[in-house]
Design a protein around this ligand. Structure first.
Ligand code: COA
Length: 628
């Protein structure tokens, strides 16, 4: 996601990821077998990045603006570009990954807006087959068993190394998903991690029900995971112990980070509350058992479910039944509605979806295979003593703030069932690039102009790699969009424009995932300047830079085997957030916008995407593909 808030200082993350990477003892299992031999993230050549940058901003600028930006780039090329490039190359020699700590800080820990909606994505699972409380708790127990099954592979480092094509990928994100937590700070957050092979790794869950939080041990006295039946009994006990809604303390975690940090400091002053906070932070993850579900109009059920996963529906529904700092929160709601929410600091969607696919496979199996574990203890309610009146006021304020935020989010899930990724493949086109062109056309149809578009490119081919940006808007995509809207053009010509635009995008993708993207490089040049007490370069102050970083469309492909869909909020007030799961015969989209912006509307954008997908298929089928 294009969630980049670049501030001027660079700090280290509290959990030093580079140390974890280089401590050879940690990584002995299959999962990390190629970790040390993965290449280091390169610093692309300066000239190459600047040329690509100019190409990428061209469709967004007038001729006059473009001439001005060309001059800014020429100046940067002379000074201070080469000096910054050399400093960055030196940093790259020293660090395992020159970007990773910077990225964690600038994109996540320094970001001050609420993580809810703005940072943390939701994932909606396919609707499950239960309708009453017993069914809900039985499913939750099975989900936990499936998760523990997956966790064993992480703990023993037996997960197979993932690959992209033939390239093995960095597996570090998996290592941090089931043991991490974000901690609010007044200017910058920190992040803690209790990995499986260090002292006191997490062995418990925190279960949220009716806004109360419970400590639930995952393993019995012999270190054996609780059986699904035992988990069910424990969950029943928790529900029995929390019949009425508690003070919505969890809402504090949905607040602006500076505000939350102030409340957090007050909470720490009470010993028992401090222990409760530590229990949450040191847990495997949260399991949220939701009680309420808003009514949905027919056909809107999936969108309602998506909202429960993204923000919980507000103070009247489930937003307080969360702890949004925790890396993973599985959410099991009423009537088969379930999914998760994850805090983004440590991982992208694909590792999360890999866990989801495993859990859903596991839950699909009927038999109970696990045996009861001895010596289990009853779950324990966590106490929070709100000693300071200010805390109660802050919670009241958090109620108002989450309700406004929820009201502002316009979110819809849309299943396009006419065709899936098999169609573009049959046309010898990359499905991902094809879909990106559908977004470009959809936007152009609505607004008669192109816009800066973000797509996530994975950098996991490199040690500790995270993401770069694919700038999906290009001169070719603009020509294609204009051409499609031109009724005088033949299908043949339109299809040619589409193929050209797809090829250009695919080429950008191929380079970005090889570490030759431009956005993280440009960010690095800026941050190295600041680190060396130099000014922010004029290139980064130029309107072309801010315009091309204002992502009116922010997108991510997150494929899943199951009919799961990831959803996230737009990254700018007047933008769209679009996540998509291209399956063979259908494509699932989660599309968001903000209601406060009169120009954007998720339904309107969805309709336009649908129309683009129909029209693109029609022109391809009505044209002959050149043999060249
Ligand atoms: N003709 C026929 N088939 C083609 C083709 C062509 N010209 N080009 C690609 N394909 C096939 C591929 O072989 C692949 O086949 P598969 O279904 O058997 O795996 C399939 O089409 C999909 O390829 P494509 O659509 O090109 O996408 P990709 O899988 O290469 O992914 C990105 C592209 C950019 C999404 C991926 O590289 C990436 O970086 N993902 C990041 C995801 C992420 O981190 N998201 C963050 C969420 S928070």
């Amino acid at each position: 996601m294009g969630n980049v808030c670049v501030k001027h200082k660079v700090h280290r993350v509290s959990c030093n990821l580079q140390r974890m990477q280089t401590d050879g003892k940690l990584f002995v299992g299959r999962m990390f077998s190629v970790q040390d031999s993965l290449p280091k993230l390169p610093v692309p050549p300066l000239e190459q990045t600047l040329q690509k940058y100019l190409r990428s901003v061209r469709p967004l600028l007038t001729d006059e603006e473009y001439v001005n930006t060309q001059k800014v780039v020429e100046d940067f090329k002379r000074d201070p570009g080469p000096k910054l490039q050399s400093l960055l190359e030196k940093r790259a020699q020293k660090e395992t990954n020159w970007l990773s700590d910077w990225w964690t800080n600038t994109a996540y820990l320094e970001f001050r807006q609420p993580v809810t909606v703005n940072v943390s994505p939701g994932v909606v699972f396919p609707k499950q087959n239960y309708t009453d409380k017993e069914g809900q708790l039985r499913f939750t127990a099975k989900l936990i068993s499936g998760l523990l099954d997956y966790k064993t592979m992480i703990d023993k480092q037996t997960l197979p190394v993932e690959k992209m094509g033939k390239q093995p990928l960095c597996m570090m994100q998996y290592y941090k998903i089931l043991c991490g937590c974000r901690i609010p700070g007044k200017k910058k957050d920190s992040w803690v991690c209790y990995p499986p092979d260090e002292a006191n790794p997490p062995k418990h869950f925190v279960v949220a029900h009716n806004n109360a939080f419970f400590f639930l041990e995952a393993y019995g006295s012999n270190n054996q995971a609780l059986s699904t039946d035992q988990l069910y009994e424990q969950l029943k006990y928790i529900v029995y112990q929390s019949k009425a809604p508690e003070v919505p303390i969890g809402l504090l975690t949905t607040e602006n980070r500076n505000k939350w940090a102030k409340s957090y400091e007050l909470l720490l002053k009470d010993k028992e509350t401090k222990t409760s906070l530590s229990i949450i932070q040191r847990s495997i993850c949260l399991i949220c058992i939701d009680n309420k579900l808003p009514d949905s109009a027919p056909g809107e059920e999936e969108s309602t479910a998506a909202k429960m996963m993204l923000h919980g529906g507000g103070s009247q529904f489930n937003s307080a039944n969360r702890w949004c700092d925790k890396t993973l929160q599985f959410i099991v709601g009423k009537n088969g509605v379930c999914g998760l929410n994850y805090e983004h600091t440590t991982a992208e969607g694909p590792p999360i979806i890999s866990i989801v696919d495993h859990i859903l496979d596991y839950c699909g199996k009927n038999e109970e295979t696990s045996t009861p574990s001895p010596g289990i203890k009853a779950p324990r309610k966590l106490n929070f003593n709100l000693k300071f009146p200010e805390l109660k006021e802050n919670i009241e304020e958090a109620v108002d703030n989450i309700d406004s935020l929820v009201k502002d989010v316009d979110l819809n899930v849309f299943k396009f069932t006419e065709y899936g990724k098999n169609f573009p493949k049959s046309q010898k086109l990359s499905p991902d690039s094809y879909l990106q062109m559908a977004f470009q056309l959809a936007y152009y149809r609505l607004y008669s102009k192109p816009c800066a578009t973000y797509e996530t490119a994975s950098l996991r081919q490199f040690q500790l790699g995270r993401t770069d940006t694919i700038r999906s808007c290009s001169m070719e995509s603009l020509e294609f969009s204009k051409g499609m809207m031109d009724s005088t053009l033949s299908k043949q010509k339109k299809a040619e424009l589409l193929r050209k635009a797809v090829a250009e995008h695919k080429n950008y993708v191929a380079e970005a995932i090889k570490g030759q993207g431009i956005d993280r490089h440009l960010l690095g040049l800026k941050l190295i300047a600041l680190q060396n007490n130099m000014k922010v370069p004029a290139l980064h102050m130029d309107m072309a830079y801010s315009l091309s970083s204002h992502h009116n469309i922010s997108t991510s492909q997150v494929p899943a085997k199951h009919e799961a869909c990831l959803v996230f909020g737009p990254t700018v007030p007047d933008g769209y957030g679009v996540c998509y799961n291209p399956q063979e015969k259908q494509i699932i989209f989660g599309v968001s916008a903000f209601n406060c912006c009169p120009e954007t509307e998720s339904r309107k954008f969805i309709d336009s995407i649908r129309q683009s997908l129909y029209e693109m298929k029609t022109v391809l089928e009505g044209s002959v593909q050149s043999k060249l």
